[in-house]
Structures are given as structure tokens and as C-alpha cells.
Ligand binder design. Structure first.
Ligand SMILES: [Zn+2]
Length: 56
């Protein structure tokens, strides 16, 4: 029965998330993106949106 208790303590693995840029499975080192390229693309997109709001 002690084994069962230990199993309950075991924490669930992190959910695999998808890269918001290309919808591929994200890598932990670039989370939530799959690569640095996708992270940069999203950042650029975000900055562009922000910039447009400021101009407007
Ligand atoms: Zn990606």
C-alpha cells in the first residue's frame, strides 16, 4: 500500500503545448515555441501590432 501512496505523489508531466507560430510541438528550451525563429517571429508580430497602436 505504501507504493500506491508514492504513486499518488508523482506529479503529472507538463502538457505538451503547440508552437503558436507554426503549430508544431513546442520545445521546452524555446517554450512555448518550437524554435528561436518562431519565438522571434511572434515577438516581431507582437511588436508590430504594438507599434501600430502607438502610431494610430
Ligand atoms: Zn514554431
Amino acid at each position: 500500500m505504501e507504493v500506491d501512496k508514492k504513486n499518488k505523489i508523482f506529479q503529472p508531466k507538463k502538457k505538451k503545448s503547440k508552437c503558436p507560430t507554426c503549430k508544431k510541438i513546442s520545445k521546452e528550451s524555446f517554450s512555448p515555441f518550437c524554435s528561436k525563429k518562431c519565438a522571434n517571429l511572434d515577438l516581431m508580430k507582437w511588436l508590430c501590432d504594438e507599434h501600430q497602436i502607438i502610431i494610430d
